[in-house]
Design a protein around this ligand. Structure first.
Ligand code: RB5
Length: 153
């Protein structure tokens, strides 16, 4: 699996830890930055990763900022992106089983490293359940199409 990963300054340390874990899980990583602790704007990095997922360049993405809130707002603007902000193993599992999450968002200032690693491992390994959840995701796609049509008018 190929995963794009990005963060702002608040998420830098957690991103580095997660990259080590991803390598051990056999995941191919594309790191879209940021690469140092200088203060940056999360939308710039959220856009890069979300665009890579939305365009199909990568299968999934991981975004990290201080709370995970800003990155969630950015990511869910992109067509086809289903970004889920997860705080524990339950939300990580449900985000895959029910929402077919393709971007995992983490708040580096809200969870510790051990929980973050557990969330990432579960999010990587849990499949989408399909069935009634596919119908619901299809409804989200229809909403996206309606909004696109409206924006074109
Ligand atoms: C940066 O200070 C902080 O605002 C950012 O990391 C994030 O939490 C925004 O939602």
């Amino acid at each position: 699996m190929k995963i794009a990963i990005g963060c702002d300054h608040a998420g830098l340390q957690l991103k580095e830890n997660i990259k080590t874990l991803l390598v051990s899980l056999g995941v191919e990583i594309l790191d879209y930055g940021t690469g140092d602790s200088c203060s940056v704007d999360y939308p710039d990095y959220g856009e890069r990763v979300s665009d890579a997922v939305s365009s199909g360049a990568v299968e999934r993405g991981i975004l990290i900022c201080g709370t995970g809130l800003g990155m969630s707002i950015v990511a869910n603007k992109f067509p086809g992106v289903r970004a889920t902000l997860c705080h524990n193993s339950f939300t990580a599992r449900m985000g895959r089983l029910h929402n077919d999450s393709n971007i995992l968002v983490l708040g580096a200032r809200t969870i510790d490293e051990r929980i973050a690693a557990e969330i990432v491992r579960i999010w990587i390994e849990t499949p989408f359940e399909g069935e009634r959840h596919s119908r619901r995701l299809e409804k989200i796609s229809i909403i996206e199409s309606k909004l696109n049509d409206r924006n074109r008018e």
